[in-house]
Design a protein. Structure first.
Length: 124
């Protein structure tokens, strides 16, 4: 039998860990649990996002098959959340695969360092 692992955290490479931790703190409400120049974290003891400094990291263009991951967040009001997150420094790219003829399913945003994340409606 395979030994089962428990996910500890997701670590995101970035140029400014403290700045990105503050951004995701504002988006998620998770407290900043560590903040240094080379490493920072937000989390609540069960869910954590870590940020590691990689000074020469280049953002992957959106859309791109080179994208390696993205985060998904549920919110009660997608339009309001998008407006707020853009106000915090996110950007909204033109290509939006979650928008259909039936309306918005989800919205793709890019955080201040260009990592994609999706803003998803609450499950109905």
């Amino acid at each position: 039998m395979t030994t089962k692992a428990t996910l500890l955290a997701v670590t995101i490479d970035c140029a400014d860990p403290k700045k990105l931790a503050e951004f995701y703190h504002a988006v998620t409400g998770l407290p900043v649990t560590y903040a240094e120049d080379d490493y920072a974290a937000v989390g609540d003891g069960t869910t954590s996002i870590y940020f590691g400094r990689v000074p020469d990291r280049e953002p992957v263009p959106w859309p791109s098959s080179a994208k390696q991951f993205h985060l998904d967040f549920r919110v009660p009001d997608v339009d309001k959340a998008v407006e707020e997150y853009v106000g915090l420094g996110a950007t909204k790219p033109d290509f939006q695969p979650g928008v259909t003829g039936e309306g918005v399913g989800w919205v793709v945003l890019l955080d201040p360092e260009g990592h994609a994340f999706c803003v998803c409606p609450e499950a109905s």
